[in-house]
Design a protein. Structure first.
Length: 133
């Protein structure tokens, strides 16, 4: 949990790239809720530099991180599901994004005694979409 919390609080929360990318393996796969895909820690870092500098991310308020589940597939592989909201984020054109409620799924690998994210996927809940019972 500490690796993820540090990346979220010190990276995404403060819009600091270095702590945000510290959680990834060199070959990590990353996809956000808008369908933007990045392959490799270097590509993820370049993208975060760009979006963290944007007004939309700087304007938003990040809500507390909630760990929904951590499932160990094997002792060195874990699936981590977190939930986090954000308010007041702006789109790239400066219009309001609206409140977001994002589910993030990470496949984390234990390498040399350290947990790192190898796959990162964001899914946003969309208002007005009917949930199945």
């Amino acid at each position: 949990q500490k690796v993820v919390s540090d990346a979220v609080d010190n990276g995404w929360g403060k819009l600091e790239v270095a702590p945000a990318v510290a959680e990834y393996t060199p070959g990590a796969y990353w996809i956000n809720a808008y369908g933007v895909e990045k392959e490799g820690k270097e590509e993820i870092e370049k993208f975060l530099v760009r979006i963290f500098a944007g007004a939309g991310m700087r304007h938003r308020k990040q809500l507390p991180l909630v760990f929904k589940s951590i499932k160990f597939i094997r002792p060195e592989i874990a699936l981590v599901h977190t939930l986090q909201g954000a308010t007041d984020q702006l789109k790239s054109d400066g219009t309001p994004e609206g409140d977001r409620k994002s589910h993030v799924f990470r496949i984390m690998l234990k390498q040399d005694g350290k947990w790192l994210t190898d796959t990162f996927q964001v899914l946003d809940e969309r208002p007005g979409v009917t949930k199945q019972p």
